[in-house]
Design a protein around this ligand. Structure first.
Ligand code: SF4
Length: 222
């Protein structure tokens, strides 16, 4: 997004970036294990400030004990807290999980809503969590702006914003709806493995030629 890059050119570049990311990450989705939208909602709440690997270890047992939104809504707080403790911030997370499960039972007949506006009304559910659930559980368009997306989208010049919601809206303008979810999950993997926070591995990057921040560009000029 250089000052002179027109929106049409930006859209073209964004599509090439999607194609480039697919070389390594085609069909990427969340690394969180789940078998129902509600399980993904719970896993995503637990994933705040925690690794997906740790969350998957915890939910392997958790989802055997609590099998439905009703089970979570009726959960004994102390038991739930003990089970999710390894994911950190367990008191807040237990609160959110019980409250959102009650809301799903009481207001949505036990079914997780599949609309962003309804999802973000649930206690403890922000746009990031809602978009993960939309994209990965319902296969609906949703752009997930996590720490990797903030960094990578800025390096790629797809946005100049730091605020997650503004980034989401910038990306919505330049990417086709059908790729929103896949793009999000591919960027998360790309950010973890290649476009790392401290030292991006530009020499291994499949989208290097579309990236204004590539460290190789300066070297080529030099
Ligand atoms: S070229 Fe470098 S900075 Fe740009 S996306 Fe690839 S790894 Fe990140």
């Amino acid at each position: 997004m250089s000052p002179r890059e027109k929106i049409a050119d930006l859209k073209k570049r964004a599509r090439k970036i999607v194609t480039g990311l697919r070389k390594r990450y085609r069909g990427a989705t969340t690394a969180l294990n789940f078998s129902t939208p509600h399980e993904l909602l719970v896993a995503t709440v637990l994933a705040a400030q925690c690794t997906d690997k740790k969350v998957n270890e915890v939910t392997a047992k958790l989802f055997r004990k609590y099998r439905s939104p009703e089970d979570f809504a009726k959960a004994r707080r102390s038991t739930l807290e003990r089970m999710i403790k390894p994911t950190g911030f367990f008191r807040n997370k237990a609160n959110s999980i019980i409250s959102l499960s009650k809301a799903i039972v009481e207001k949505h007949g036990g079914k997780v809503p599949d609309k962003l506006e309804r999802l973000v009304e649930l206690p403890g559910v922000g746009r990031k969590t809602a978009n993960v659930v939309l994209a990965a559980a319902f296969n609906k368009p949703g752009i997930v702006v996590d720490t990797h997306m903030i960094r990578v989208a800025n390096r790629l010049g797809l946005t100049r914003e730091k605020d997650p919601v503004k980034i989401e809206f910038d990306l919505m303008k330049i990417l086709p709806r059908r790729v929103w979810g896949e793009f999000s999950f591919m960027v998360t993997l790309h950010g973890r493995e290649i476009c790392k926070a401290r030292k991006p591995l530009c020499h291994l990057c499949d989208i290097e030629s579309y990236c204004p921040s590539s460290e190789l560009k300066g070297k080529r000029r030099g």
